[in-house]
Design a protein around this ligand. Structure first.
Ligand SMILES: [Zn+2]
Ligand SMILES: [Zn+2]
Length: 148
């Protein structure tokens, strides 16, 4: 499914308490679910859903995001951004994709248009998770960026 810039951007969002607000001026370049162990831990659930955009398309319009750095299985770092007041996980950026940042779509004011197109790290998803059989499954993280 192709998201067009005209339809979906700019889009806005915030954390649960509203201390952090953002505006993104482009439609996501990739939309996916990541089932790696680090995403499971960071989300506190089964997986993280990602809307990947250029870092310079995202503006924090209120508050300041706290980032926590962790090391993935590949040895490369990921900085995960959250609200220090309410703890809502909001963003992530990593050594693997300089210049890009992922937005957690649950923080969007209107996430109704969002739909993941692939499951990454699908083999480490828990057995009890019912994955969408219509989505392609990948080991690790393939190049998910849309061709421009
Ligand atoms: Zn908050
Ligand atoms: Zn992950």
């Amino acid at each position: 499914m192709e998201a067009t810039t005209d339809t979906y951007s700019p889009f806005t969002g915030q954390c649960a308490c509203g201390d952090i607000q953002y505006t993104c001026r482009e439609a996501p370049l990739a939309q996916f679910n990541c089932h790696c162990r680090q995403c499971q831990t960071a989300s506190g659930g089964a997986f993280v859903t990602v809307a990947l955009v250029h870092e310079n398309a995202l503006s924090i319009t209120k508050g300041s995001v706290k980032y926590y750095r962790s090391q993935g299985d590949t040895g490369r770092w990921t900085d995960r951004g959250f609200c220090i007041n309410c703890g809502t996980p909001m963003f992530a950026k990593g050594e693997v994709g300089p210049g890009y940042i992922s937005i957690k779509p649950g923080t969007m004011h209107d996430p109704s248009w969002f739909a993941p197109t692939i499951d990454t790290w699908a083999s480490t998803a828990p057995n009890w998770l019912c994955q969408n059989a219509d989505l392609p499954k990948a080991d690790k993280t393939p190049n998910v960026l849309k061709k421009r």
